[in-house]
Every structure is written in structure tokens, then in C-alpha cells.
Design a protein around this ligand. Structure first.
Ligand code: SF4
Length: 341
């Protein structure tokens, strides 16, 4: 089977008054048809920029200067604007972080859904309205036929996010990009919205890129994970393997910084330092200023992608040696996840 989306060595830069922000620095990964994939990393690691590069919705000062973004065998970076507009929404849909900024407050939900449905599905307004109501019902909006004439402010945050999910799904996309879809919601609503996303992904067999910094969400929904750091992918693999046997020091540090009742420690582990500024980022391995395993070579030579299997990759000079010093907490997590699997 061929990937539905195959991102090959892309470089996306932003040109600012302070200098060039090297936001994506040779990012490569793929998504198979019907596969839910997690894109994980701290804020500022390039997750959202990857999504915006894919949809070609970067701000004016941003540009993908090299690489290919192959969607069903076509390089999206080569497509004329008109063709790209047809793919955006209809083929590849996106759910954004904040539902309030994605819905126009001065238009009724009906107007915001039917226009785009009629345009992409080439149907009349009445048919588009029927599709909109049906999709709203699928995502759990009760009395959808009446509520569709309400304005966004008449819905709660969770309901607004459901509306955005419905609007994305109504176009029957092949690939859904969900960018931190629950970040703006409170915890109880987050679980409901995630459940809907999971249900819809399975029901429609959608390929999905789920962007998040929440490893719990990744474990719940995805089959494969790509870990981002400093505008690069530092580790990829099946979700179970990443959870049971993380190879990269950054992935391990992410796991260690999850609060856990199992840990016999009173202090929460943190990753020292901050995510690097991507104007003049650290040379070679971008994680080296924060990595407790860094050696001289790490700041001098960029680590290569090492493939440990068809889907498993790690980008670190020392990952083989590190396997000898597995943290006890990680070991316990491995055992727990394996037992639950
Ligand atoms: Fe740490 Fe070096 Fe590996 Fe980078 S290459 S993650 S600095 S050990």
C-alpha cells in the first residue's frame, strides 16, 4: 500500500525582521490511507507549521523552500492555486485549535457549513443543508435541524469544536488534520471531543494527522507516532513501540515529565532549558543543549536517520549506548503498557 501523504525532506522558513526562522529543517514522514498518526512535541517544534505547509496556508513571510509534499502521488507544492483550493477542505480537511476563531461570529452555523458543502460537493443549498444537519447529528449536536440557524456564540466551546469537526467531515475528506483539537477546551469536554474524533476516524476510515503535545491523547487514538523537536522528526514508530521502548533522549524525557502516581518521586521531572529559537538554532543535533547524554560529536555532526525497522526510526548518535541505561520509570511504563496491550 502507498502512503496517502508522503512528506519528503521539507524545509519551511519564515523571513522576519530579526532573521530567518528555520521552522522545518528536513522533515520527512508519511501517513498511510486510513491510518491515524500522531505528531508530537512541545510548542514551537514545527508541528503546526508542518500542517500549514501541507495545506499551503503559511503566512506571507513563510515559504517551503525545498522538499516534496506528495498527496496521492502529486506534489502539492507544484500545484497551481486553483487546484490546491480544490484539495483543501474536500480532500484534506483541517480542524484548528480554537473553535471560536475558526467560526465567523456574525454568520449562522447553517451559512458557514452549507456554503462550503455546496461548493465542494457540487450540490444545491437544500441538499447542502441536509448534509450539514446529518453531520451535526453524527457529532452529537442534538436538535441539529433547529440549532443550525444559531450563531457560534450560542454554543459552548465543546459544541463549537463539534461543529468544526462536522464541517470538516461533511466534505468527506480522505485526510483529516486535527491540530490540538482539544487544547482550548476544559478537561471533561476534551474527553468527549476526542471520543468523537476517534469514532469518526474509525467510521469513515480516515487517514488522520493528530497534532498534540499530549501523549495520553496519542496513546488513545493513534497507531503510529512521529516525535518532533526543533523543526525535525527525531523519532518515529508504531505507538505501542514508542510507548514501550522509546529510543530518543527527547522522547524519553517527554515520558519522564508526565506526572505519574507510580513514580516514587516527590518532584516532577522536567526537561532542562527551553525549546530552541529557530533563528540561529543549535548546530548539529538541535537537542544537544538540553540533552543529558550529549557528547562533543552531538554539537558538531548532525545525527543521521537510523531505521530500526520499516516504520521505526531514531535520529541520535548515541541511542544504542543509551539502551544500556534504561530508566527504571520507563521500564515500569513498558511493562504496564505491554500488560495492557
Ligand atoms: Fe542527545 Fe547527542 Fe542524541 Fe542529540 S545526538 S539526542 S545530543 S545523545
Amino acid at each position: 500500500m502507498k502512503p496517502i501523504l508522503d512528506i519528503q525532506d521539507i524545509y519551511t522558513y519564515f523571513y522576519t525582521e530579526s532573521g530567518v526562522v528555520e521552522a522545518l529543517d528536513g522533515v520527512s514522514f508519511d501517513v498511510m490511507p486510513g491510518e491515524p498518526v500522531g505528531i508530537v512535541g512541545e510548542s514551537g517544534c514545527g508541528k503546526t507549521v508542518t500542517a500549514h505547509s501541507t495545506l499551503r496556508i503559511l503566512p506571507k513571510n513563510g515559504k517551503t523552500i525545498a522538499g516534496k509534499i506528495m498527496y496521492r502521488g502529486t506534489n502539492l507544492l507544484d500545484l497551481p492555486d486553483l487546484q490546491m483550493r480544490r484539495i483543501r477542505g474536500k480532500e484534506i480537511a483541517m480542524i484548528f485549535q480554537d473553535p471560536m476563531t475558526s467560526l465567523n461570529p456574525i454568520f449562522k452555523i447553517a451559512d458557514q457549513m452549507t456554503e462550503v458543502i455546496a461548493l465542494h460537493r457540487k450540490c444545491n443549498k437544500k441538499e447542502a443543508l441536509e448534509v450539514a444537519i446529518e453531520t451535526l447529528e453524527q457529532v452529537g449536536i442534538s436538535d441539529a435541524d433547529k440549532r443550525i440557524v444559531d450563531y457560534p456564540h450560542q454554543f459552548s466551546g465543546g459544541m463549537r469544536q463539534r461543529i468544526l469537526i462536522a464541517r470538516a467531515l461533511a466534505l468527506q475528506p480522505s485526510l483529516l488534520i486535527a491540530d490540538e483539537p482539544t487544547t482550548a477546551l476544559d478537561v471533561t469536554i476534551q474527553a468527549q471531543v476526542l471520543e468523537i474524533i476517534k469514532e469518526m476516524q474509525q467510521k469513515f476510515g480516515l487517514a488522520m494527522m493528530l497534532i498534540t503535545h499530549n501523549l495520553g491523547v496519542v496513546a488513545e487514538i493513534t497507531k503510529r507516532v512521529h516525535i518532533f523537536y526543533g523543526g525535525r522528526v527525531v523519532e518515529s514508530g508504531p505507538t505501542v513501540e514508542i510507548f514501550t521502548d522509546p529510543k530518543h533522549p527527547y522522547t524519553r524525557a517527554l515520558f519522564d515529565s508526565i506526572p505519574s502516581l507510580e513514580k516514587d518521586k516527590t518532584r516532577l521531572e522536567t526537561i532542562p532549558g527551553n525549546v530552541p529559537r529557530l533563528i540561529n538554532p543549535p548546530k548539529a543535533c538541535r537537542f544537544h543543549p538540553r540533552c543529558k547524554f550529549a557528547t562533543e560529536v552531538c554539537s558538531r555532526v548532525r545525527p543521521p536517520d537510523v531505521w530500526l525497522g520499516p516504520q521505526k526510526r531514531v535520529v541520535c548518535h548515541h541511542f544504542e549506548e543509551l539502551d544500556l541505561h534504561v530508566d527504571e520509570t520507563i521500564m515500569r511504563k513498558r511493562v504496564k503498557v505491554q500488560e495492557e496491550a
